[in-house]
Design a protein around this ligand. Structure first.
Ligand SMILES: [Zn+2]
Length: 419
Protein backbone atom coordinates (compact mmCIF):
# COMPACT_ATOMS: atom_id res chain seq x y z
CA UNK A 1 0.00 0.00 0.00
CA UNK A 2 2.88 2.33 0.86
CA UNK A 3 4.33 1.77 -2.59
CA UNK A 4 1.05 2.72 -4.26
CA UNK A 5 0.82 5.85 -2.11
CA UNK A 6 4.36 6.82 -3.03
CA UNK A 7 3.59 6.30 -6.69
CA UNK A 8 0.47 8.44 -6.40
CA UNK A 9 2.31 11.22 -4.57
CA UNK A 10 5.12 11.11 -7.08
CA UNK A 11 2.68 11.43 -9.99
CA UNK A 12 0.67 14.19 -8.39
CA UNK A 13 3.60 16.36 -7.43
CA UNK A 14 5.56 15.62 -10.57
CA UNK A 15 8.59 14.71 -8.48
CA UNK A 16 10.83 12.28 -10.33
CA UNK A 17 9.19 13.11 -13.63
CA UNK A 18 11.64 15.29 -15.50
CA UNK A 19 10.96 19.01 -16.05
CA UNK A 20 7.19 18.95 -15.55
CA UNK A 21 5.47 21.31 -13.17
CA UNK A 22 8.05 24.05 -13.58
CA UNK A 23 7.54 27.57 -14.82
CA UNK A 24 6.21 28.33 -18.29
CA UNK A 25 2.99 27.32 -20.03
CA UNK A 26 3.62 23.59 -19.57
CA UNK A 27 4.00 24.05 -15.80
CA UNK A 28 0.84 26.16 -15.59
CA UNK A 29 -1.12 23.54 -17.50
CA UNK A 30 0.09 20.85 -15.16
CA UNK A 31 -0.85 22.88 -12.07
CA UNK A 32 -4.31 23.54 -13.46
CA UNK A 33 -4.89 19.87 -14.18
CA UNK A 34 -3.60 18.93 -10.73
CA UNK A 35 -6.05 21.27 -9.02
CA UNK A 36 -8.83 19.54 -10.95
CA UNK A 37 -7.55 16.17 -9.80
CA UNK A 38 -7.43 17.32 -6.18
CA UNK A 39 -11.12 18.26 -6.54
CA UNK A 40 -11.74 14.66 -7.53
CA UNK A 41 -9.74 13.50 -4.52
CA UNK A 42 -12.00 15.53 -2.19
CA UNK A 43 -15.05 13.88 -3.70
CA UNK A 44 -13.49 10.45 -3.23
CA UNK A 45 -12.88 11.30 0.42
CA UNK A 46 -16.60 12.12 0.88
CA UNK A 47 -17.59 8.81 -0.67
CA UNK A 48 -15.21 6.96 1.66
CA UNK A 49 -16.64 8.76 4.69
CA UNK A 50 -20.16 7.74 3.69
CA UNK A 51 -19.07 4.14 3.37
CA UNK A 52 -17.45 4.27 6.83
CA UNK A 53 -20.70 5.61 8.31
CA UNK A 54 -22.63 2.73 6.78
CA UNK A 55 -20.18 0.31 8.36
CA UNK A 56 -20.58 1.87 11.82
CA UNK A 57 -24.39 1.66 11.63
CA UNK A 58 -24.49 -2.01 10.51
CA UNK A 59 -23.86 -5.15 12.58
CA UNK A 60 -20.49 -6.91 12.75
CA UNK A 61 -21.16 -9.36 9.87
CA UNK A 62 -22.34 -6.73 7.40
CA UNK A 63 -19.60 -4.44 8.72
CA UNK A 64 -17.00 -7.06 7.72
CA UNK A 65 -18.52 -7.33 4.21
CA UNK A 66 -18.73 -3.56 3.88
CA UNK A 67 -15.09 -3.17 4.99
CA UNK A 68 -14.05 -5.53 2.24
CA UNK A 69 -16.07 -3.61 -0.33
CA UNK A 70 -14.64 -0.41 1.05
CA UNK A 71 -11.15 -1.82 0.71
CA UNK A 72 -11.78 -2.90 -2.90
CA UNK A 73 -13.35 0.40 -3.85
CA UNK A 74 -10.51 2.38 -2.30
CA UNK A 75 -7.96 0.42 -4.30
CA UNK A 76 -9.96 0.84 -7.51
CA UNK A 77 -10.23 4.58 -6.90
CA UNK A 78 -6.53 4.81 -6.13
CA UNK A 79 -5.73 3.08 -9.45
CA UNK A 80 -8.05 5.49 -11.22
CA UNK A 81 -6.31 8.42 -9.62
CA UNK A 82 -2.90 7.10 -10.67
CA UNK A 83 -4.20 6.90 -14.24
CA UNK A 84 -5.53 10.45 -14.06
CA UNK A 85 -2.18 11.66 -12.74
CA UNK A 86 -0.44 9.81 -15.57
CA UNK A 87 -2.64 11.61 -18.12
CA UNK A 88 -1.89 14.95 -16.48
CA UNK A 89 1.84 14.30 -16.68
CA UNK A 90 1.58 13.37 -20.37
CA UNK A 91 -0.52 16.44 -21.04
CA UNK A 92 2.17 18.59 -19.45
CA UNK A 93 4.87 16.97 -21.59
CA UNK A 94 2.85 17.49 -24.77
CA UNK A 95 2.31 21.13 -23.98
CA UNK A 96 6.02 21.51 -23.35
CA UNK A 97 6.86 19.83 -26.67
CA UNK A 98 4.51 22.24 -28.45
CA UNK A 99 6.32 25.09 -26.77
CA UNK A 100 9.63 23.74 -28.06
CA UNK A 101 8.20 23.60 -31.60
CA UNK A 102 7.03 27.17 -31.30
CA UNK A 103 10.56 28.10 -30.27
CA UNK A 104 11.88 26.33 -33.41
CA UNK A 105 9.83 28.73 -35.55
CA UNK A 106 11.58 31.55 -33.83
CA UNK A 107 14.93 30.50 -35.24
CA UNK A 108 16.14 32.61 -38.17
CA UNK A 109 15.05 31.20 -41.57
CA UNK A 110 17.68 29.36 -43.56
CA UNK A 111 18.42 29.86 -47.26
CA UNK A 112 16.79 27.29 -49.55
CA UNK A 113 19.19 24.85 -51.12
CA UNK A 114 17.35 23.98 -54.35
CA UNK A 115 20.11 21.65 -55.52
CA UNK A 116 19.74 19.49 -52.41
CA UNK A 117 15.96 19.17 -52.70
CA UNK A 118 14.27 15.99 -53.88
CA UNK A 119 11.36 16.43 -56.28
CA UNK A 120 8.75 16.51 -53.55
CA UNK A 121 10.59 19.25 -51.65
CA UNK A 122 10.92 21.13 -54.92
CA UNK A 123 7.17 20.87 -55.50
CA UNK A 124 6.54 22.19 -52.01
CA UNK A 125 9.05 25.02 -52.50
CA UNK A 126 7.50 26.12 -55.80
CA UNK A 127 4.02 26.04 -54.26
CA UNK A 128 5.19 28.06 -51.26
CA UNK A 129 6.58 30.78 -53.54
CA UNK A 130 3.51 30.70 -55.79
CA UNK A 131 1.32 31.24 -52.74
CA UNK A 132 3.52 34.05 -51.43
CA UNK A 133 3.95 35.99 -54.68
CA UNK A 134 0.44 37.52 -54.79
CA UNK A 135 1.02 38.88 -51.26
CA UNK A 136 4.31 40.33 -52.39
CA UNK A 137 2.68 41.88 -55.44
CA UNK A 138 -0.17 43.27 -53.40
CA UNK A 139 2.03 44.76 -50.71
CA UNK A 140 4.86 46.14 -52.84
CA UNK A 141 3.08 47.49 -55.87
CA UNK A 142 3.71 49.40 -58.05
CA UNK A 143 7.44 48.70 -57.95
CA UNK A 144 6.73 45.03 -58.54
CA UNK A 145 3.79 44.95 -60.83
CA UNK A 146 5.15 46.43 -64.03
CA UNK A 147 8.31 46.68 -66.02
CA UNK A 148 9.08 50.37 -66.58
CA UNK A 149 7.66 51.57 -69.91
CA UNK A 150 5.85 48.28 -70.37
CA UNK A 151 2.58 48.79 -68.54
CA UNK A 152 0.74 45.68 -67.33
CA UNK A 153 3.81 43.50 -67.68
CA UNK A 154 4.47 41.73 -64.39
CA UNK A 155 8.01 42.26 -63.17
CA UNK A 156 8.17 38.66 -62.03
CA UNK A 157 7.10 36.82 -65.18
CA UNK A 158 4.45 34.12 -65.14
CA UNK A 159 7.07 31.58 -66.16
CA UNK A 160 9.35 32.17 -63.15
CA UNK A 161 9.01 28.56 -61.98
CA UNK A 162 10.42 27.36 -65.32
CA UNK A 163 13.67 29.20 -64.58
CA UNK A 164 15.88 27.76 -61.81
CA UNK A 165 17.75 31.07 -61.52
CA UNK A 166 14.51 33.00 -60.97
CA UNK A 167 13.39 30.46 -58.39
CA UNK A 168 16.65 31.01 -56.51
CA UNK A 169 16.24 34.80 -56.63
CA UNK A 170 12.66 34.50 -55.38
CA UNK A 171 13.48 32.10 -52.56
CA UNK A 172 16.27 34.45 -51.44
CA UNK A 173 13.64 37.20 -51.33
CA UNK A 174 11.24 34.98 -49.46
CA UNK A 175 13.86 34.17 -46.83
CA UNK A 176 14.81 37.85 -46.45
CA UNK A 177 11.14 38.72 -46.04
CA UNK A 178 10.61 36.07 -43.36
CA UNK A 179 13.70 37.33 -41.49
CA UNK A 180 12.57 40.94 -41.69
CA UNK A 181 8.94 40.53 -40.62
CA UNK A 182 7.98 36.99 -39.68
CA UNK A 183 10.41 35.67 -37.07
CA UNK A 184 10.52 36.72 -33.47
CA UNK A 185 14.21 37.58 -33.22
CA UNK A 186 14.40 40.30 -35.85
CA UNK A 187 16.44 43.49 -35.84
CA UNK A 188 16.13 46.79 -37.69
CA UNK A 189 18.99 45.80 -40.02
CA UNK A 190 16.92 42.82 -41.20
CA UNK A 191 14.42 45.22 -42.70
CA UNK A 192 17.22 47.14 -44.41
CA UNK A 193 18.53 43.81 -45.70
CA UNK A 194 15.09 43.00 -47.06
CA UNK A 195 14.90 46.31 -48.94
CA UNK A 196 18.31 45.74 -50.44
CA UNK A 197 17.40 42.14 -51.38
CA UNK A 198 14.14 43.28 -52.95
CA UNK A 199 15.94 45.83 -55.08
CA UNK A 200 18.79 43.54 -56.10
CA UNK A 201 16.87 40.32 -56.70
CA UNK A 202 14.16 42.06 -58.69
CA UNK A 203 16.94 43.59 -60.75
CA UNK A 204 18.29 40.07 -61.37
CA UNK A 205 14.86 38.80 -62.33
CA UNK A 206 14.31 41.67 -64.76
CA UNK A 207 17.62 40.91 -66.44
CA UNK A 208 16.87 37.20 -66.60
CA UNK A 209 13.39 37.83 -67.99
CA UNK A 210 14.91 39.93 -70.70
CA UNK A 211 17.58 37.30 -71.46
CA UNK A 212 14.99 34.51 -71.69
CA UNK A 213 12.61 36.85 -73.55
CA UNK A 214 9.89 36.04 -71.00
CA UNK A 215 7.75 39.01 -72.07
CA UNK A 216 8.30 38.58 -75.79
CA UNK A 217 5.21 38.45 -77.92
CA UNK A 218 7.25 38.19 -81.11
CA UNK A 219 6.96 35.09 -83.27
CA UNK A 220 10.51 35.50 -84.54
CA UNK A 221 12.01 35.85 -81.09
CA UNK A 222 9.91 33.64 -78.83
CA UNK A 223 10.59 32.70 -75.23
CA UNK A 224 13.84 30.75 -74.99
CA UNK A 225 12.39 27.75 -73.15
CA UNK A 226 8.67 27.67 -73.61
CA UNK A 227 8.06 28.08 -77.33
CA UNK A 228 4.53 26.90 -78.09
CA UNK A 229 3.26 26.62 -74.54
CA UNK A 230 3.48 30.21 -73.33
CA UNK A 231 -0.04 30.31 -71.94
CA UNK A 232 0.61 27.24 -69.79
CA UNK A 233 3.61 28.69 -68.01
CA UNK A 234 2.13 28.93 -64.50
CA UNK A 235 3.86 27.46 -61.45
CA UNK A 236 1.26 24.73 -61.05
CA UNK A 237 1.96 23.64 -64.62
CA UNK A 238 5.64 23.29 -63.74
CA UNK A 239 4.67 21.20 -60.72
CA UNK A 240 2.42 19.06 -62.90
CA UNK A 241 5.21 18.38 -65.37
CA UNK A 242 7.53 17.39 -62.53
CA UNK A 243 4.95 14.93 -61.26
CA UNK A 244 4.33 13.59 -64.78
CA UNK A 245 8.06 13.00 -65.16
CA UNK A 246 7.99 11.02 -61.90
CA UNK A 247 4.99 9.06 -63.18
CA UNK A 248 6.83 8.27 -66.40
CA UNK A 249 9.86 7.09 -64.44
CA UNK A 250 7.75 4.90 -62.15
CA UNK A 251 5.91 3.29 -65.08
CA UNK A 252 9.09 2.73 -67.08
CA UNK A 253 10.59 0.97 -64.06
CA UNK A 254 7.44 -1.14 -63.64
CA UNK A 255 6.54 0.44 -60.28
CA UNK A 256 2.81 0.37 -60.98
CA UNK A 257 1.72 0.98 -57.39
CA UNK A 258 3.83 4.15 -57.16
CA UNK A 259 2.47 5.31 -60.52
CA UNK A 260 -1.10 4.79 -59.38
CA UNK A 261 -0.46 6.61 -56.09
CA UNK A 262 1.02 9.60 -57.95
CA UNK A 263 -1.97 9.82 -60.28
CA UNK A 264 -4.29 9.89 -57.30
CA UNK A 265 -2.26 12.21 -55.09
CA UNK A 266 -1.84 14.85 -57.79
CA UNK A 267 -5.20 14.26 -59.44
CA UNK A 268 -3.80 13.59 -62.92
CA UNK A 269 -6.49 12.96 -65.51
CA UNK A 270 -6.02 10.51 -68.40
CA UNK A 271 -5.83 13.13 -71.12
CA UNK A 272 -3.13 15.17 -69.34
CA UNK A 273 -1.09 12.00 -68.87
CA UNK A 274 -1.60 10.93 -72.48
CA UNK A 275 -0.50 14.29 -73.88
CA UNK A 276 2.64 14.19 -71.73
CA UNK A 277 3.44 10.60 -72.70
CA UNK A 278 3.02 11.47 -76.39
CA UNK A 279 5.66 14.14 -75.80
CA UNK A 280 7.91 11.58 -74.09
CA UNK A 281 7.35 9.25 -77.03
CA UNK A 282 8.59 11.89 -79.46
CA UNK A 283 11.59 12.47 -77.19
CA UNK A 284 12.39 8.73 -77.17
CA UNK A 285 12.21 8.70 -80.97
CA UNK A 286 14.64 11.57 -81.35
CA UNK A 287 17.05 10.32 -78.66
CA UNK A 288 20.37 8.78 -79.75
CA UNK A 289 19.20 5.47 -78.24
CA UNK A 290 16.05 5.38 -80.41
CA UNK A 291 17.26 2.49 -82.55
CA UNK A 292 18.81 0.53 -79.68
CA UNK A 293 16.85 -2.16 -77.83
CA UNK A 294 16.22 0.07 -74.81
CA UNK A 295 14.77 2.80 -77.06
CA UNK A 296 12.70 0.28 -79.02
CA UNK A 297 11.26 -1.25 -75.85
CA UNK A 298 10.42 2.15 -74.37
CA UNK A 299 8.65 3.32 -77.55
CA UNK A 300 6.72 0.06 -77.61
CA UNK A 301 5.67 0.52 -73.98
CA UNK A 302 4.43 4.07 -74.53
CA UNK A 303 2.59 2.97 -77.67
CA UNK A 304 0.88 0.06 -75.98
CA UNK A 305 0.01 1.94 -72.76
CA UNK A 306 -1.07 5.25 -74.26
CA UNK A 307 -1.65 4.63 -77.99
CA UNK A 308 0.29 7.81 -78.66
CA UNK A 309 -0.07 6.92 -82.35
CA UNK A 310 -3.62 6.57 -83.64
CA UNK A 311 -4.61 2.98 -84.46
CA UNK A 312 -5.60 4.15 -87.98
CA UNK A 313 -2.72 6.55 -88.65
CA UNK A 314 -1.19 5.24 -91.90
CA UNK A 315 1.65 7.78 -91.76
CA UNK A 316 3.14 5.71 -88.93
CA UNK A 317 2.59 2.31 -90.51
CA UNK A 318 6.06 1.94 -92.02
CA UNK A 319 7.69 2.94 -88.76
CA UNK A 320 5.43 0.62 -86.73
CA UNK A 321 6.22 -2.25 -89.00
CA UNK A 322 9.97 -1.72 -88.51
CA UNK A 323 9.46 -1.44 -84.73
CA UNK A 324 7.66 -4.76 -84.63
CA UNK A 325 10.36 -6.46 -86.68
CA UNK A 326 12.94 -5.10 -84.24
CA UNK A 327 10.95 -6.33 -81.23
CA UNK A 328 10.66 -9.73 -82.80
CA UNK A 329 14.42 -9.82 -83.37
CA UNK A 330 15.09 -8.82 -79.75
CA UNK A 331 12.59 -11.46 -78.66
CA UNK A 332 14.56 -14.14 -80.50
CA UNK A 333 17.97 -13.13 -79.18
CA UNK A 334 17.47 -15.03 -75.95
CA UNK A 335 19.00 -12.42 -73.63
CA UNK A 336 17.47 -10.65 -70.62
CA UNK A 337 15.49 -8.23 -72.81
CA UNK A 338 13.92 -10.96 -74.93
CA UNK A 339 11.05 -11.79 -72.61
CA UNK A 340 10.18 -8.12 -72.28
CA UNK A 341 10.28 -7.61 -76.06
CA UNK A 342 7.85 -10.46 -76.65
CA UNK A 343 5.64 -9.11 -73.87
CA UNK A 344 5.58 -5.65 -75.50
CA UNK A 345 4.94 -7.02 -78.97
CA UNK A 346 1.69 -8.74 -78.12
CA UNK A 347 -0.49 -5.71 -77.25
CA UNK A 348 1.02 -3.78 -80.18
CA UNK A 349 -0.03 -6.45 -82.64
CA UNK A 350 -3.49 -6.36 -81.18
CA UNK A 351 -3.84 -2.57 -81.58
CA UNK A 352 -1.89 -1.97 -84.79
CA UNK A 353 -2.24 -5.33 -86.59
CA UNK A 354 -5.19 -4.19 -88.77
CA UNK A 355 -3.37 -0.97 -89.67
CA UNK A 356 -0.29 -2.90 -90.80
CA UNK A 357 -2.33 -5.29 -92.92
CA UNK A 358 -4.06 -2.34 -94.54
CA UNK A 359 -0.71 -0.70 -95.20
CA UNK A 360 0.66 -3.83 -96.85
CA UNK A 361 -2.38 -4.01 -99.13
CA UNK A 362 -1.95 -0.38 -100.17
CA UNK A 363 1.74 -0.93 -100.88
CA UNK A 364 0.81 -3.71 -103.26
CA UNK A 365 -1.79 -1.50 -104.94
CA UNK A 366 0.47 1.47 -105.61
CA UNK A 367 2.58 -0.05 -108.45
CA UNK A 368 -0.64 -1.31 -110.10
CA UNK A 369 -2.03 2.23 -109.90
CA UNK A 370 1.10 3.53 -111.61
CA UNK A 371 0.63 0.93 -114.36
CA UNK A 372 -3.03 1.82 -114.66
CA UNK A 373 -2.22 5.50 -115.08
CA UNK A 374 0.22 4.67 -117.89
CA UNK A 375 -2.36 2.44 -119.62
CA UNK A 376 -4.93 5.17 -119.34
CA UNK A 377 -2.55 7.69 -120.88
CA UNK A 378 -1.84 5.22 -123.71
CA UNK A 379 -5.59 4.81 -124.24
CA UNK A 380 -5.50 1.06 -123.53
CA UNK A 381 -9.07 0.69 -122.16
CA UNK A 382 -8.84 -3.08 -121.91
CA UNK A 383 -5.66 -2.94 -119.82
CA UNK A 384 -7.17 -0.19 -117.60
CA UNK A 385 -10.20 -2.36 -116.80
CA UNK A 386 -7.98 -5.39 -116.12
CA UNK A 387 -5.78 -3.38 -113.71
CA UNK A 388 -8.87 -1.97 -112.00
CA UNK A 389 -10.01 -5.50 -111.24
CA UNK A 390 -6.59 -6.35 -109.80
CA UNK A 391 -6.72 -3.28 -107.55
CA UNK A 392 -10.22 -4.17 -106.36
CA UNK A 393 -9.03 -7.66 -105.48
CA UNK A 394 -6.05 -6.34 -103.51
CA UNK A 395 -7.97 -3.86 -101.39
CA UNK A 396 -10.98 -6.08 -100.78
CA UNK A 397 -11.77 -6.53 -97.08
CA UNK A 398 -9.35 -3.83 -95.93
CA UNK A 399 -11.72 -0.85 -95.96
CA UNK A 400 -9.30 1.28 -97.97
CA UNK A 401 -10.32 4.72 -99.23
CA UNK A 402 -8.74 6.85 -101.98
CA UNK A 403 -7.51 9.11 -99.21
CA UNK A 404 -5.67 6.20 -97.53
CA UNK A 405 -3.91 5.40 -100.78
CA UNK A 406 -3.01 9.06 -101.18
CA UNK A 407 -1.47 9.15 -97.66
CA UNK A 408 0.75 6.12 -98.31
CA UNK A 409 1.63 7.37 -101.80
CA UNK A 410 2.80 10.72 -100.37
CA UNK A 411 4.63 9.08 -97.54
CA UNK A 412 6.55 6.73 -99.85
CA UNK A 413 7.39 9.55 -102.22
CA UNK A 414 8.73 11.59 -99.29
CA UNK A 415 10.77 8.56 -98.13
CA UNK A 416 12.27 8.14 -101.62
CA UNK A 417 13.21 11.81 -101.70
CA UNK A 418 15.00 11.46 -98.38
CA UNK A 419 17.28 8.70 -99.71
ZN1 LIG B 1 10.45 32.94 -68.87
Amino acid sequence: MADADDELRRRLTGAGASHSGGAGPAGEQTMLALSMVSGDVRELQLRLDRLAEQVEQGDARTAEGARERLQQETEALRAELVAVAQTVTELGETVEALGAEEEEKEKPPRPWDWEAMDWRQEVEAIRTLAEWLPQLHAAWRPALSTVPDKAQTPLVPECWAEHPDMRRALSALYVAYQQAYKVKKRRPHHETDWYRALHERLGDITQLASAYRCHSASEDKPHMLLRGERQEAGAERVVQRMVLAQLHEAEAAGRTDDALALREEFDLDDETVRVFMAERFRAVLSAPTASQPVGRLESARLLADYQVVGADDLRWAQWLSTLMQDLEAIGHRGDDLSGLARQRLEPLLEVYGPLLRKYDAIRKVIPILVEQRAASEAGDEHQVRHLQQRIAAEIQGHDITDEDIQVVWEERRAARKKH
